[in-house]
Each structure stands twice: as C-alpha cells, then as structure tokens.
Design a binder for this molecule. Sequence first.
Ligand SMILES: [Zn+2]
Length: 522
Amino acid sequence: MHVLLVALLTASLAAQTPRYDLLIAGGTLIDGSGAARRRADVAVKDGRIVAIGILPRASARETIDATGLVVAPGFIDVHTHADAVADTPRAENFVRMGVTSIVAGNCGGSALDVGEALTAIRQTGISVNYATLIGHNTVRTAVMGSADRDPTLGELAKMKSLVWRAMADGAVGFSTGLQYVPGTYARLPEIIELARVAGNAGGLYASHMRNEGTELDNAIAETIRVGDLVGCRVQISHLKVDSPNRWGASASALALIDAARARGVDVEADQYAYTAASSTLGIRFPAWALAGGQAAVAGRLNDPAAWARIKTEMQALLAERGLADLSFAVVAMHAADPALNGLSMKQVAAKRKGADTPDAQLEAARDMMLAGGASMVYHFMSDGDVERIMRHPHVGVASDSSVLMPGEGAPHPRGYGNNVRVLGEYVRTRRVISLEEAIRKMTSLPAKHFKFQGRGLIQEGYAADITIFDPATVGDTATFEKPHAFAAGVPHVLVNGVAVVRNGQHTGARPGQILTAPAGAK
Ligand SMILES: [Zn+2]
C-alpha cells in the first residue's frame, strides 16, 4: 500500500516537473570534436547541456524535432568587427548563420576602455556571446595620434599601461592591424613589448599582418616571431593571398605555420570563404601619405607634386601585385555619396571623371579620400588558395564582419553567409573538407585557442550554445550584388540554452554572455 502510494506520487511529480528544459530530439549529432556524426538527442537544463543519447521525449518541458537535421555546437566567430554590438544587440546577420559567440577588437581596432564597453553590453543585453581584444591602433592613436615614427619610452609605457588595463578589464588578447594607420608605422620591438603585456595576462596575439600578398612569407614570419619571443598563443587573422602575382603562395605560408607549430609556437589562423576581401580605400594609398590626420592627408592630396608622387606609388603597388588598375575594387560604403555604393572603381571613374582609364580611377580614388574615404570590396584572391587554406587543420572559419543592418551600403556578403557558405559551397558542393571537419573549425578549434572554457563542443556540462541546420539546404544567399540576405537552412539557434532563432526567425532574445579567458591562461 505505502509502496504503491510512493510510486504514484513519484510518477505524478515527474509528470509535473520534467527533468529537462529542452530536448532536441531525433537529430544527427556532430559534436564539434571532429568525430563522426551519430544519432543522438540532446537535453538542456539551466543553460547547459545535461544529457546526450537516446532520451525519452516526455522528459522535457519543450521539444525541438530535429529529424533530418544536424545538431552542432554554436559557431564561434573569432574575427569580427562587431564592436558596436551594444547599439545593434540582435546581431541578426551572425545568429541567422548559426554564430553564437563573436570576438571583436580585431585588426588593431577596439574600444579603448574595454571595461566601459563590456559594461554597456551587459546592460543592453545582446543575442550572442561576446569577447574582445584590445587593439594596437586604438592604443597607439590614443597616445601618439597618427605619427609616423617609433614611440618614445614614455609613450611606450603609456601604451603598455593601456593594454594592461584592458586585459584587467576582460580583454582576451591584443590585436594588430599593421596595414592600417597608425599600426603600419610600428616596428616589431614595439609590438613585442605590447603583446608581452597581453600574453602575461593570459591573452593571445591576433594580427592582421603587415602584408598579405607580395611580402606574405615575411609577414607571417614577423607574426610568428611574436609567439617565439613572448610565448603567447598567436592567431593569424583572415589568412589569404591577396595578389594575383603571388597566387599559390598559401602553400609556403601554411608551411611556415607548420614549422612554427612543430617547434612549439601555438599559432593558428582563420579565414573567410570568399575570393574577395573588404577593407578601407585608404589601404590602397602609400602609408606615408596617410600620416598626421585628415587635414595633413588632404594637404598632400591637394598638393600637385605630392599627389603625383602618391599616384606613381599607387600604380607601382598595383603593378607589384599583378593588378593593372582599380577595377578589382568595388565601393561598399561611401558616406559622402551613397550612389557610388556597389560600383567598381572603373564605373566610379566613368561616372565621376567621364573616363574609366587607370589614371581616371586613381583620380576618382583621390576625390573619395578627400571626401572622407570609403569601405571597399576587393576581388583579388584565387579559389586555389582559399581551398588550400581551408584544408589546413589549424585554420578556423571567421567572417571579418561587423553587425550588418539590412539595406545599409553594399557590404561584403561574408557577414551574412560565411559559415553557411562553408557548409553549403565548400562541404556539400565542392567537397573540399568533410562536414565534421568544417564544424570542428567553427567550434572546438577556436574555443580551445581562445580558451573559451566549456564551449565549442556538444558535451555534458558545456554551455548550451547549439546550432541546428539542414545539411541538404544550408547555404549562403547573400551575394556581392545583393548582400543583404540571411543564411538558408538554419532553423534553430540556441545561446546559453535560449532560442535566439526559432523556425528561421530571430526571437529577439538576448541571452549572450561576456566571454573571458581564465586567469593564468597561456
Ligand atoms: Zn583585418
């Protein structure tokens, strides 16, 4: 009698309080480790993964039917420019392509006061998990403006203290952008001094290198040297070969990475899956012409002798890369005249100068710099290099994008499509890598390198960052012509156990957390 009563009570209690908050049932699990796919359900409770296996459907408050779908860890995008995420908290272009964690502060540009920036993000609440690096260009500008020289000892000490403070406030490392002003004026000893501050605080060194084409091997060697001397982890950002004259050089670049890893330098890289890059218009100008602020730059561009010299150097820089003119360059966003967005510099020259010759294109570029510059899309890579880099086991997948606003400008489509383009185009269509390997490159590989503990795998105890996609239809729909188009084939995305995408729509939820590296990480 008593035994029966207890059994009945237990059964009714169990029916009233399900064991799990959420059950993802019937799906194919790809756990992020690179292991082969298997049939398994995943149970979530209190934001964490608590059970994996064949689980009873009645055990959860809510069930997602994942029949025919792949269940994977949420994608971690370690190379973004989503520094303004507090103003754009939905981060919809990211979550719709399965990204659940982003790292900002890349290419040398970040918030100067990392503590204040992270507090603003915590107060607003955002849809993705977020971490930031402290940027070298940001720190150098704060101390030295855009001066084209070495820092004094006092200036170097100031920069070190700014990096130290950012690390204490939660930055996960130090980034450089050595093709940009003012990072381009910095020499290696300065970078080593600053990377050492970040490294001693458990951070990594991430670099947009000094050169990505004509001097690619030297630039990689310089980046790895920081790892050799400081002993910190190194991340080579958006690895590519950006000069037709050097197409194929990815082989020697990857060999340098392998050699460094073999002698103990923990260096990895990331890439986006496109043969076009995106950057500033200014990057096409000689660095010396951009020193000293906008007034000084305008002075040079308006001085006939100086402009003649700049133009000659620009032509030489193009020729050195194997480029005849600026027709590979397309305007992404020119605030002074948005009518130019989406036009190639050849088209801009025809429109503005009445001729599309190489000289007219350079003249049009000068006018645009005087009007405040522009962000650009540059078509100058090869499929062969993109695919070879993708096959390398220590290269992850990262977008290089900011949070995008539908309809604003003509941005590079990677911000809407990068992860799903890898899954659709490079896995399903071209068969460059396996689906399991692609998922590993988007999850456990970056999580380990950035020391995001408890993320990047579908494993009991891990955070329930989960992306559920259809392997038959997942893909990018954003193109260079029509970039504002969300990913296809990603019906459900969870961040810390909360749905941010459900049935292909953003739920508005903001469950994202700030990610930091554990103290003492190396
Ligand atoms: Zn960059």
